[in-house]
Design a protein around this ligand. Structure first.
Ligand code: 4AD
Ligand code: MG
Length: 429
């Protein structure tokens, strides 16, 4: 059996070949059936001529509805009228399983496509996105490993918040309250003492109660933690990670990117250094665009989008005000009003694709922050131990992989960046 891609590459013209896949579309006229067959690598037209195949094969080809699974044998012929420029003239057409009438046709609503997501994942569009997504995951692992990072895991059930209590999912754990993890970070900071440079790729959970085009309740989070590194070094790792992902995707999936409307040249330009600006400079830039943000308020989606209209590469905003940042972000020794925290914002969609910081080592400051957020510092006592025994400067960040895929694939909604999205309103299928 060959892949359809191999046939479309023209290496088997004139040969007898076998393929297997699914009927993408089909039409017949008289003694001829034209069936376009799909496998994971592409689409090819198969012509079934009543005179050239056994009777059963012709009857099967004629009856097989869209999404029937088939095995085909025949000769590859170059034919410029066929999609892709090649067709297979069938000698045998075996229907492995006749499909019922497929519920998805053109012009179905977004909601309907989400209801039948288990079938929609086979579509050309989802297949292209999922190939790019696979490439992004691979590139993420490759980058960290090439830089000497060890991959480690944190538990998904946790007793306390990493990113603030309001977006935590509570779970009944044999009668005790625990939460689904928002981030591997707190455990990573402990693990880091043995391994120094670590990363993970894992799901994180956020009880996001607003409908937006960039929030999932379960999303894939690539996170890194590095001993002996400050904010600027962590930013550099983030820049290299993202440019490496762009480079890999362009190498591995150029056709899929084009089919999704993404010009690979856009991604070739995503090279370090990215533009850096302080939070206060971002406010000035926004003011230029007529958008007023009061100092001390976090940037909202609309403001991030306004800001990114200025840039065609990711931008890194640093030195956010202390009051909007998680308890563990290190206060800037040169300005106690701000933290050594940074966000990477994507061009075009303007969304935050990376959030990170240098970590606070002062237990008292962290206690104060937690109290201010309404958390109980005593449930963080194990975490404070990491500062009691050989604390070192350290930094880290988290990258939302689904948001990277959304940006690269030019998707309007993050739910189309993942096969089975979990959002405020959707847990089925
Ligand atoms: O900025 P966040 O909340 O940072 C953390 O969780 C840190 N503990 C990470 C760390 O330093 N190890 O989340 C990191 C990234 C965001 O920049 C965003 O890309 C993504 O995770 N993200 C989401 N992606 C999809 N859906 C959501 N609900 C997301 N929330 C955050
Ligand atoms: Mg953030």
């Amino acid at each position: 059996m060959l892949t359809i891609r191999e046939i479309l590459q023209g290496k088997h013209t004139g040969e007898a070949v076998g393929i297997r896949g699914w009927v993408h579309r089909t039409r017949s006229s008289g003694g001829l059936v034209f069936a376009v067959i799909r496998d994971s690598s592409g689409l090819v037209q198969v012509t079934v001529d009543k005179r050239n195949v056994p009777e059963k094969a012709f009857a099967g080809a004629k009856q097989a509805l869209v999404e029937s699974s088939v095995e085909v044998e025949g000769e590859v012929v170059e034919d410029e009228r066929a999609p892709g420029g090649y067709e297979i003239r069938a000698k045998e057409f075996h229907v492995v399983s006749f499909a019922e009438k497929f519920p998805i046709s053109k012009d179905k609503s977004e909601e309907f496509l989400l209801d039948v997501r288990h079938l929609w994942v086979r579509s050309q569009r989802m297949t292209n996105v999922l190939k790019v997504r696979s490439s992004v995951f691979g590139a993420t692992h490759d980058y960290f490993r090439s830089q000497g990072f060890h991959e480690t895991q944190s538990p998904s059930f946790t007793p306390s918040a990493c990113e603030g209590g309001s977006s935590q999912f509570q779970v009944d754990y044999f009668g005790r309250k625990v939460y689904l993890t928002q981030s591997w970070q707190l455990y990573a900071e402990a693990t880091m003492f043995g391994l120094e440079k670590i990363y993970t790729v894992a799901p994180s959970f956020r009880a996001e109660k607003s409908r937006t085009t960039r929030h999932l309740t379960e999303y894939w989070h690539a996170e890194a933690e590095m001993a002996w590194m400050g904010m600027d070094e962590a930013i550099e790792i983030g820049e290299n990670l993202i440019s490496n992902i762009c480079k890999t995707v362009v190498e591995e999936m150029p056709d899929e990117l084009m089919a999704l409307g993404r010009d690979p040249d856009d991604l070739r330009k995503i090279t370090p250094p990215f533009l850096k600006l302080k939070y206060s400079e971002a406010l000035e830039k926004l003011q230029e665009a007529g958008v007023e943000v009061e100092w001390g308020k976090d940037l909202r989606t609309i403001e991030e989008r306004e800001l990114m209209a200025f840039f065609d590469k990711p931008a890194v905003v640093t030195h956010y005000p202390r009051q909007v940042m998680a308890f563990y972000k290190r206060v800037d020794p040169e300005n106690p009003e701000v933290t050594l925290a940074f966000d990477f914002l994507a061009p075009e969609i303007g969304d935050e694709i990376i959030g990170g910081s240098e970590r606070e080592n002062d237990i008292e400051k962290m206690r104060e922050n937690l109290l201010q957020e309404g958390e109980d510092p005593s449930s963080y006592d194990w975490y404070f131990d990491t500062r009691r025994y050989g604390a070192v400067p350290h930094s880290g960040f988290g990258m939302g992989i689904d948001r990277i895929v959304q940006w690269i694939c030019k998707l309007n909604h993050i739910r189309d960046a993942i096969p089975f999205p979990r959002t405020l309103t959707r847990t089925y299928p």
